[in-house]
Design a protein around this ligand. Structure first.
Ligand SMILES: C[S@@+](CC[C@H](N)C(=O)[O-])C[C@H]1O[C@@H](n2cnc3c(N)ncnc32)[C@H](O)[C@@H]1O
Length: 312
């Protein structure tokens, strides 16, 4: 299987890594292995623990495993990051660098059979791995209100109610089996002026919403970020590349709340007290964005944002 994924902002990522110090690293989103491979080749790595929930990541890990004995891939969800560390040879180890490059890889999006793409005909699946839900059940079985809420909450789609209504109308005639069928239903729901004004495909937000819900992506991220605090070394860095505003807000809130900033109400962390103990120092006051040349070479990088914080 060929790795189709082009790593995003790899130069910016490695610019934060110490050049000579011997380091323990977690690559929490191994994907096609682009980050892991570059780091193993260029830096003084004691151990690199890679994690990915997608079973296909094991295929991309084979070459790296054969070349580097200090590399281990665990096929699991990163929300279990602390348990993974404690249940493996890494027990009681602390890490100097923890990397997240969240979202989907091109290996997932470009494989029509996975059902992530509104441009490629495939089954309504959208599972990244280790999920107990799938897109088919959500689209064909969920109540209209529930469906509209998911599309609104996780896609920030203002036409969520119209789209949910149209989905329910269509599935009353025949079950919706296929990504293109779903995409065509959504297309009909958006007003013409909106389609012309907006450069993104009309199904983008709805597909994002269903994918996030199927894979419980926001909870995965929140849970995992909290756990990193327990396994980072003093001065260790956490680096997160995110691709949409809901994820970026979670990262920003997490960094702010753990760096002594006063609590500002947020729907993502409603249960926290006013101010938390200071455990992090924010390194990137504003997120770092990909360069114009990277966006030109790899348009999928255009919405990426990198944030970095340091354990103190
Ligand atoms: C954008 S890709 C990472 C690409 C990688 N940095 C590279 O250079 O090849 C994101 C990867 O994270 C994985 N992923 C997403 N959410 C995850 C989670 N909750 N737990 C573990 N892996 C996850 C996906 O399966 C996907 O392979």
């Amino acid at each position: 299987m060929k790795n189709l994924h082009k790593s995003v902002m790899i130069n910016e990522i490695i610019s934060f890594l110490p050049l000579t110090k011997s380091i323990n690293i977690i690559d929490a989103t191994f994907g096609g292995g682009g980050y892991s491979k570059t780091i193993l080749e260029k830096f003084n790595v004691k151990h690199l623990l890679a994690i990915d929930r997608d079973p296909t990541s094991k295929i991309f890990a084979k070459k790296i495993e054969s070349k580097f004995s200090n590399f281990t891939l665990i096929n699991d969800k990163f929300s279990k990051i602390e348990e993974i560390v404690n249940n493996t040879e890494f027990k009681d180890k602390k890490f100097d660098i923890i990397l997240f490059d969240i979202g989907t890889s091109s290996n997932q999006i470009d494989n029509a059979q996975r059902g992530f793409s509104f441009n490629k005909s495939g089954p309504l699946d959208m599972q990244m791995g280790g999920s107990d839900k799938n897109a088919y059940d959500i689209i064909n079985k969920y109540e209209e209100k529930n469906l509209a809420d998911i599309i609104y909450q996780y896609g920030e789609e203002r036409y969520s109610r119209v789209i949910a209504k149209e989905i329910v109308k269509n599935r009353g005639v025949k079950f919706i089996n296929n990504t293109i069928e779903l995409s065509n239903i959504i297309k009909k729901c958006l007003p013409k002026k909106n389609k012309l004004k907006n450069k993104i495909h009309p199904a983008t937000k709805t597909f994002q919403a269903i994918r996030i819900y199927v894979n419980d992506e926001l909870n995965e991220l929140k849970t995992s970020l909290e756990k990193t605090l327990k396994i980072l070394n003093k001065d260790g860095l956490i680096l997160v590349v995110s691709f949409q505003s809901l994820e970026d807000r979670i990262v920003k809130d997490f960094f702010n709340h753990n760096s002594g900033k006063r609590w500002r109400s947020s729907r993502h962390y409603p249960e926290l007290p006013d101010k938390l103990a200071t455990q992090l120092k924010i390194i990137t006051k504003k997120p770092i964005l990909p360069s114009a040349s990277e966006i030109f070479e790899n348009p999928r990088s255009r919405s990426a944002k990198l944030r970095v914080a340091q354990k103190i």
